[in-house]
Design a protein around this ligand. Structure first.
Ligand SMILES: Cc1ncc(COP(=O)(O)O)c(C=O)c1O
Length: 378
């Protein structure tokens, strides 16, 4: 019997998600409604951030876009971002009319290198985007000090860090503005979805209008599965709201977060334990304490990476590349940047291994033994 392929990502869709979908469809209010309000409340409770405001949106990209607009980013401004980041971050900056400025990453964390970021700050810099990569968090205390020293606002892209804690504080509870993604492959999915976490009620209200093509329809009314027929328009807006069906699935997923976190964390530890001794291979520098990994990566000598990918592919194991850095893209190659030598090196070495919310020991052992045999070890 041929062996089952192991995908890089595998959503955890069980009975609860089917029931949640049915409930949302039977309700008959398909747009933004009661489930969205409940999802925001559940996320707030999960993160434990009573003094912050949660706004659900259609995607992580939408969250980044209106997060930057909320901070007043626009034409003529610069936004510093790690070059080693998701295309959504670059596109969100461009969508505001601002310009991305590419910063290198720290070779240990693969998150933004704040020492190198110092050299990139200009009078036009408005925001610094920091992103927790895969299973390692940024040094967020240093990020806050950096931003304060330069008078910048921080957009914390936590698409990879739902369920992780920095120095005992849940991600989402401490940054200036935090964004999450709940796309099909994320730690939890809403099919597609995103969220922003902001400090003030005023920011929340502004985001409510921005996600609803600028309409000042009160979310409190929409969360009763109704709408106001008259409203004002005071701000630029987009069709970025979250739909009920998506929120219902997100609620079912969020209820499983503890199980998901335990499983992902132990898979990350098992990978590290079994792969760290392989010569030339670099594993993430973390003991996974307090971390709910979204992805697990290894760094393979550049000359061997594609051969390893092909070797694993032949054995039914998929791998991914996160990511090609921003300055490699045609659209972005003229963007201002500093020294990107670490990014350039890492981008040729990086390889994402399969990591699912619930991963069986058999699956993990199959992947590990295939990698070990590529390196001539049992
Ligand atoms: C770091 C990061 N930010 C933002 C996004 C965009 O999220 P979405 O796919 O929900 O638009 C992703 C998606 O993979 C991501 O990895």
């Amino acid at each position: 019997m041929p062996m089952e392929r192991i995908p890089v990502f595998k959503p955890l869709i069980e009975q609860e998600e089917f029931e949640a979908s049915r409930g949302a469809l039977e309700l008959g209010w398909l747009g933004m409604g009661s489930y969205v309000g409940q999802f925001e409340e559940a996320l707030k409770t999960y993160i434990g951030t009573a003094d912050r405001q949660v706004v659900a949106v259609s995607t992580g990209h939408a969250a980044l876009h209106i997060g930057l607009l909320l901070m007043g980013v626009g034409p003529g401004d610069e936004v510093i971002t790690p070059a080693f980041n998701n295309a959504a971050d670059f596109q969100a900056i461009l969508a505001t009319g601002a310009e991305p400025v590419f910063c290198d990453i720290d070779p240990d964390s693969l998150c933004i290198d704040l020492t190198k970021a110092e050299e990139l700050v200009s009078p036009r810099t408005k925001v610094i985007i920091v992103m927790d990569y895969d299973c390692v968090l940024c040094d967020h205390d240093r990020v806050a000090a950096f931003a304060q020293a330069h008078g910048l606002r921080v957009l914390h892209d936590a698409a990879h860090a739902l369920g992780s804690a920095y120095k005992g504080r849940m991600v989402g509870s401490f940054s200036d503005v935090t964004t999450f993604s709940f796309d099909p492959v994320k730690t939890i999915t809403c099919l597609d979805g995103g969220a922003l976490i902001v400090r003030t009620e005023e920011e929340r209200q502004k985001l409510h209008e921005m996600r609803l093509i600028g309409m000042s329809q009160p979310s409190a009314v929409m969360y009763t599965n109704a709408r106001a027929w008259t409203y004002d328009m005071r701000t630029i807006g987009f069709r970025y709201h979250m739909a009920n069906l998506h929120a219902a699935i997100g609620l079912a997923q969020l209820a499983k977060m503890d199980r998901i976190a335990v499983s992902r964390r132990s898979a990350g530890r098992y990978y590290n334990e079994n792969l760290s001794s392989l010569p030339g291979l670099i594993v993430p520098k973390t003991d996974f304490e307090g971390i709910t990994p979204f992805l697990y990566y290894i760094r393979v000598p550049a000359a061997e990476r594609d051969a390893l990918r092909a070797f694993l592919n032949d054995r039914g194991i998929d791998t991914g590349i996160h990511w090609q850095p921003g300055h490699w893209f045609t659209l972005l190659k003229e963007c201002r940047r500093g020294d990107l030598s670490v990014t350039d090196r890492v981008a040729h070495e990086i390889l994402s291994l399969p990591l699912h919310s619930i991963m069986t020991p058999d699956t993990l052992n199959r992947i590990i033994s295939a990698i070990r045999s590529f390196f001539g070890q049992r």
